[in-house]
Structure formats: C-alpha cells, structure tokens
Design a protein around this ligand. Structure first.
Ligand code: AMP
Length: 299
C-alpha cells in the first residue's frame, strides 16, 4: 500500500473508523474543531489557531439532526464537502470525521445529555431541544475523537458556555476553549447561513452588529440595561428585523445580570429573523475577566 499523503486529510466516515484512526496515533496531543460544514473563514480561524497547539488536528463535519427543531432548516442546511476539503487541507487538518446520520444515530438510539441551567434562556428558549442535541452530539464526538483541546466560536456564545459547563460537570478530559467571532468587513458575523440572505437583506444584516455595539457602549457607560436593550431592539425592528431576543446576561452563569454587580463579564446577545433567515450575534463585555472563572478564550 502506498504511504498516506500527509497533505491530504484522512476522511473517516463512521464512528468505528474515527476510533480506529484515533487509536493509531502515537501522541495524545489531539486538537478538535467540530462543525456542520459549509466552511468559511470563521471555521478556518478556529483550525489555524489550534493547529500549532496539537500534534494532530481533527475537524468534524456533521449536520446534526438532533439539534434542529421540526420546522427548522435541516434539509436546507448547506452541504459543500468538496470545498470544505480544500479549506481543511489549507488549514493543516489531519483527519476529517464525516459520519453519516445513520452511523451516529442508529435505529433505536435513545440516550441524550442535558445541561439544565445555562441552556434554558436565549436560543434554548427560542429553540426547544436545540442544546440537548448539541450536548449529545458533542459528547459523542468527544468520546470518538478523544481530543485534549477543542475550539468553539464565541459567535455561538451560549453553545460555548453550555459545552464548557458540560465538560466540567462530566469530568471530561478536554479543555473547551473559545475563539473570537470572525466578521465580514462591514461587521456581519460570518455564518454558513449568510448565503441565504438576499442582496437587499445582506446590506441590512450588519445592522445587527451595529445595534449590539450601541447597546454595549451604553451599558458600559452606565445606562440602565433595559433601556439600552430596548433602544437597540426598536432600532432593529425599524430596519425590518423580527427580533426574537436581545438580552444582557452575566457570564459565565448566563443568569440575568444584577446591575449592582459590575465586575462580571457580560454577554449581550441577539437573535433576529431577516426575511426567512435567522441570524444570531453577540458582544462580550470584559471577556478578559472570564479567565478568573477558569474559562479560556482566544481574542
Ligand atoms: P457551525 O458549523 O456553524 O456549527 O460552527 C462550527 C464552529 O465554528 C462553532 O464552534 C461556531 O461557533 C464556530 N463559528 C461559526 N462561525 C464563526 C465565526 N464567524 N467566527 C468564529 N467562529 C465561528
């Protein structure tokens, strides 16, 4: 058999193949970036920043059915494996775990993982069952890939804090770390779903980030939170967004912020529909203070 081409990632299509590849490694220094594919520069940033920290870098591409609600965009979710492979190669990925839904969730699958505090509000309230799907699939992925470090984007901030909590609560031997959101030049957070925006919606979409910045600025300069959030929400509604939530929560608990406690880092997070596309974004105020809570983020 010819030797494996080191510039081409191994492609592993089932849990059994993933586990066998992992067991063949000599070094335990494995870094992991889980994704749903349709890769863009936000995903590339996670991979590039993790690459120098590990001997083997694993990327997973799996559009996880259990985190989509019945009326959500599972069947419409973009799938671009050939392009993803090019990006993975350029980022120095060693293996791509690209399983089929049938191998991840065989007939009769019936065990799920629930985080019961941080996952309740924001997207957890707007998308019932979403985080149960996320924690379940990420625990399965961690069990198969056995990474020592995993990077997640702060673009999906609640997801990051829920997964960090899961790893801590369940004593997982993996460091779950966050990476700053990668944005387009006009401020729009990069997302696989941005491709669904019409040309007109694409021009409006950066208003989300602008509204968050306004709210963060007002909150940092001492304005009452609710007034700042209401103003930002109203501004977005005027532009034609249907705002699902725009909240300011304390980190890392994701509890409502008591305005008397000024030392906590804060998450100001929004979800809004623009036409048929649901966009989320957030700003973290004082992210450097997360280190005091044992949470590592790369800004
Ligand atoms: P997804 O494929 O959308 O599930 O995302 C896979 C990982 O990439 C998650 O940890 C996301 O938070 C992260 N990610 C997605 N978009 C961005 C972005 N614009 N900047 C940084 N990380 C991102």
């Amino acid at each position: 058999m010819p030797p494996a081409d080191p510039s081409t990632p191994a492609i592993l299509n089932s849990p059994a193949e993933m586990r066998a590849w992992r067991r063949s490694l000599r070094s335990d220094s494995v870094g992991f970036v889980p994704t749903m594919g349709a890769l863009h520069p936000g995903h590339a940033e996670l991979l590039r920043r993790l690459r120098p920290r590990c001997d083997s870098l694993v990327l997973s591409i799996f559009v996880n059915p259990t985190q989509f609600g019945p009326n959500e965009d599972l069947s419409k979710y973009p799938r671009t494996f050939e392009e993803d492979l090019v990006l993975a190669r350029a980022c120095g990925v060693d293996a791509i775990f690209y399983p089929t839904p049938q191998t991840m969730y065989p007939v009769g699958f019936s065990t799920y993982v629930n985080e019961e505090q941080l996952s309740q509000g924001l997207c957890g309230a707007a998308r019932p069952g979403h985080f149960r799907g996320v924690t379940t699939v990420v625990l399965k992925l961690f069990n198969l890939v056995e990474p020592r470090v995993a990077y997640f984007g702060l673009k999906d901030a609640q997801q990051f804090f829920v997964l960090h909590k899961m790893a801590r609560d369940l004593d997982l031997d993996v460091s779950v770390e966050g990476v700053a959101t990668v944005r387009e030049a006009d401020g729009l957070a990069m997302s696989s779903r941005n491709r669904f925006l019409t040309a007109e919606e694409r021009l409006l979409a950066p208003r989300i980030h602008a509204a968050l910045k306004d709210a963060a600025h007002q909150i940092e300069s001492g304005q009452a939170h609710q007034a700042a959030l209401n103003a930002a929400s109203l501004a977005l509604a005027h532009e034609g967004f249907r705002v699902q939530y725009l909240d300011c929560l304390e980190l890392p608990s994701l509890r409502m912020h008591n305005e008397a406690t000024h030392s906590s880092p804060l998450l100001i997070a929004v979800a809004a529909h623009l036409g048929s596309t649901r966009l989320i974004d957030n700003i973290i105020v004082h992210p450097e203070r997360l280190a005091a809570h044992g949470i590592q983020v790369h800004l």
